[in-house]
Design a binder for this molecule. Structure first.
Ligand SMILES: NC(=O)c1ccc[n+]([C@@H]2O[C@H](COP(=O)([O-])OP(=O)(O)OC[C@H]3O[C@@H](n4cnc5c(N)ncnc54)[C@H](O)[C@@H]3O)[C@@H](O)[C@H]2O)c1
Length: 420
């Protein structure tokens, strides 16, 4: 019997790990992506997702059961198709054009008994209101009835060595009980535990609850951090003390702001829908967005004030940023607050250098020189700013050699260190 055929549409941070895992589970996988350069690199064994080392990709290619492709024709005869394309915001409005394009591309290959699952983060209702009609009109088939349709949010946490795709519980759903059973059966081959829910809308909302919860709590602690600074209280110590409470408290840490493809965007999908459907504001999200947006500017002001205390102006100062990515141990600079801090410091006339071992050169803001972290670089800087706390950085060396450290991540300590 031939292996089940899976098509994963989108070979990015979400789609590539899923494709690799599915090959390891014995499936025959086509990794579809419209980015021909990305597909070429994948076919030659080059991974751009840190969590997928080249040797893992090489092993998948070596089985002959992983085929990166730009051609929707290669989806023909699929059993399961998972859609993992971007869902960005355009001027505050959800941009579902990638999901639409994926639906239009895969629709003609939908056949009786197959399953299509959306994983892209989106507002409740997308699977049934937007994707289903596209698939039905392109295939002439119906769901429920002829083919299965479901939604399963992705919880992948890039750079997290503990919680990976296969050991993180996966919420699964379908448009009817038969679709749910089929989607659940598929994911049980991929992950250790599935969490079935009774509708695609519940599954879509689950993802938005998770990310809104993080966005709101990060904002809460960021606002407390700014206020504590003005009150002259060490917020980091207070958080550490609070987290000794064994129940009813979950610690969140302050930082220079939020970035990436999820936190600044996903909650806005929910507030957009609440506005559109109910004509109401989702006030927590609006407030959280405001506070988190404020953070890069707060960091810049604190650096200016810190330099001022040492008798230096920010204009003309040589500054070394540690990290440009929005998240530690990754090179993902999408909407990174570190990039925003770098831009603001450049605009103020500073000479900005950045140590970013995972740098994607095309995302480095103009005017910023990427350097290797070394004693000489640290010693030559008027200020070292810890923005992204990659584990590979030698924080002891930084603390020893720097004249002044502004630490947004609580990784350094000593008399020359000022924490956010
Ligand atoms: N990155 C994360 O940590 C994460 C976590 C959970 C959920 N998500 C969600 O998963 C989705 C994908 O995110 P990502 O980070 O993997 O994005 P990504 O940009 O890394 O990858 C998406 C890929 O889809 C491709 N693509 C776009 N349109 C296509 C089409 N019509 N056909 C085929 N390929 C197409 C792009 O070229 C790109 O390679 C988003 O909705 C995101 O919100 C992301």
């Amino acid at each position: 019997m031939s292996a089940e055929k899976l098509v994963v549409i989108g070979q990015g941070y979400v789609g590539l790990p899923l494709a690799m895992r599915a090959v390891e589970a014995g499936l025959d996988v086509v990794g579809l992506d419209v980015d021909s350069d990305r597909v070429k690199r994948l076919a030659s064994g080059e991974s751009f997702v840190e969590d997928i080392p080249a040797d893992r990709l090489g092993r998948a290619l070596g089985t002959g059961r992983y085929r990166p492709s730009t051609e929707y024709a290669d989806a023909e005869g699929f059993d399961v198709c998972v859609i993992t394309v971007p869902t960005p915001l355009r001027d505050g409005t959800p941009d579902l054009s990638y999901v639409e394009q994926a639906g239009i591309g895969i629709g003609p290959h939908v056949r009786p008994g197959c399953a299509v699952v959306l994983e892209s983060t989106t507002y409740p209702g997308t699977t049934e209101e937007l994707l289903r009609p596209l698939l039905e009109s392109a295939s002439g088939l119906r769901s429920p009835g002829d083919f299965h349709l479901g939604y399963s949010p992705e919880r992948i946490d890039p750079g997290n060595p503990t919680w990976r795709l296969e050991n993180t519980p996966k919420v699964v759903s379908g448009v009817d009980p038969a679709a749910l059973a089929r989607v659940d059966e598929f994911y049980r081959r991929i992950v250790a535990r599935t969490v079935p829910v009774t509708s695609t809308r519940v599954a879509e909302l689950t993802k938005l609850i998770e990310n809104t919860f993080r966005q709101v709590n990060i904002a809460l602690i960021n606002e407390l951090t700014m206020l504590s600074h003005h009150l002259g209280i060490d917020v980091w110590q207070a958080i550490e003390a609070a987290e000794t409470k064994p129940f009813g408290f979950m610690p969140f840490r302050p930082g220079p702001g939020v970035g990436g493809h999820c936190l600044p965007i996903d909650p806005c999908y929910l507030s957009w829908q609440v506005k559109r459907r109910l004509g109401r504001q989702f006030r927590f999200i609006e407030l959280a967005n405001d506070v988190n947006h404020e953070m890069p500017e707060h960091v810049t002001h604190r650096i200016m004030a810190g330099l001022n205390r040492t008798g230096r102006a920010v204009s003309g100062a040589r500054l070394l940023l540690l990290g440009l990515a929005y998240k530690k141990n990754t090179g993902d600079m999408r909407d990174s607050p570190a990039v925003e801090v770098a831009r603001q410091l450049c605009d103020l006339g500073a000479e900005v250098r950045a140590a970013e071992p995972y740098a994607e050169p095309h995302h480095v803001p103009g005017g910023v020189l990427v350097v290797q972290l070394s004693e000489a670089e640290v010693a030559a800087a008027d200020a070292v700013i810890v923005v992204t706390d990659h584990d590979v950085f030698d924080y002891d060396m930084v603390t020893r050699c720097a004249r002044y450290v502004f630490d947004t991540r609580n990784r350094c300590s000593g008399p020359m260190v000022e924490r956010l």
